[in-house]
Ligand binder design. Structure first.
Ligand code: ZN
Length: 302
């Protein structure tokens, strides 16, 4: 008898040492999105984006979009960055078919972490794919955790002023999911530390107050840049193109350039929530007036 076909199998958990810390990236889920263009650059740049996709050997009409939260065990505290999609698509009609169900808790389990083990949940920004796994059926998913939210981000969604049309439901979600957790949260700004070795960096633009985070232990240093780049090829090679899901498009452009420059100059290891290929780790190289994503291969395992 021939062996059975087993279907697609993708890696979704990865762990490595950063100094005295242990870092794990977990792919919560992924979705195949229809069209890098017009999402990146609008109709005006459609042909360029199609050519760029072709040059990178990817399909401009169907692209892989992963959701990858990250855990850092400092030895004293287990810190989770973002929570994936959770049960949003099951609990909210408006989210059905738009975001896949999250698998973070189950996959964390495969890597040896229980939800009760999480001491701190850091939310980089308030978009649905980052806050969706905070609660399930109204109950906190990480029962022992305290929370860290960006003050500017929290303020924006909590006030609900100048929310663009496309983010109106996002605002409702934020009020339902995140605002009730404020009594257990620390509100931070760029430059503040979450725990010793983990420091917030201004990444405003993709959302009004998005934060990136540097993580440093025993002289080893990396950055979790959240959604500074939405796509590993297009965002790096054409950082000048506006992205439809960026809330403040001009600020997002400036932030991309500033963060990419910093990362390239320092040679920092990067983790990005939507970076490819899994485990979503890599480096940034300057390429003319733009950049290139250099996926990590074995460097963190030496
Ligand atoms: Zn995102």
């Amino acid at each position: 008898m021939p062996a059975n076909m087993q279907g697609q199998l993708l890696p979704h958990t990865y762990r490595f040492k950063l100094g005295a810390f242990e870092v794990a990236t977990i792919m919560d889920s992924f979705v195949i999105r229809p069209g890098l263009t017009p999402s990146f650059g609008g109709e005006a740049h459609a042909e360029e984006v199609k050519a760029l996709a072709k040059a990178n050997r990817i399909d401009a009409d169907r692209y892989f979009h992963p959701f990858t939260p990250m855990l850092v065990n400092t030895g004293k505290e287990l810190v989770l960055f973002d929570t994936g999609n959770g049960s949003l698509s099951a609990e909210y009609e408006q989210m059905k078919g738009r975001l896949p169900p999250g698998n973070l808790v189950e996959r964390m389990g495969l890597a040896g972490y229980k939800p009760e083990d999480v001491d701190v949940v850091v939310i980089t920004h308030g978009h649905p794919d980052h806050i969706g796994g905070l609660v399930k059926g109204g109950q906190p998913v990480f029962p022992n955790a305290r929370y860290v939210f960006g003050a500017t981000e929290f303020d924006f969604w909590n006030r609900g002023e100048n929310v663009r049309e496309a983010r109106k439901f996002n605002r409702e979600l934020y009020v339902k999911i995140v605002v009730p957790l404020a009594n257990r949260a620390t509100m931070i700004k760029p430059g503040d530390s979450v725990v010793p070795g983990i420091t917030a960096v201004d990444a405003f633009g993709h959302s009004p107050g998005m934060l990136a985070f540097t993580i440093e232990s025993d002289g080893k240093r990396m950055i979790n840049w959240a959604d500074t780049a939405g796509h590993y090829a297009v965002s790096l090679q054409r950082p000048d193109l506006q992205l439809d899901v960026d809330d403040d498009k001009e600020k997002a452009l400036a932030t991309r350039k500033r963060v990419f420059d910093m990362v390239a100059s320092e040679g920092l290891l990067v983790a990005g929530f939507h970076m490819m290929p899994f485990p979503g780790l890599g480096y940034v190289e300057r390429a003319g007036s733009a950049y290139r994503w250099v996926p990590h291969s074995y460097q963190v395992n030496l």
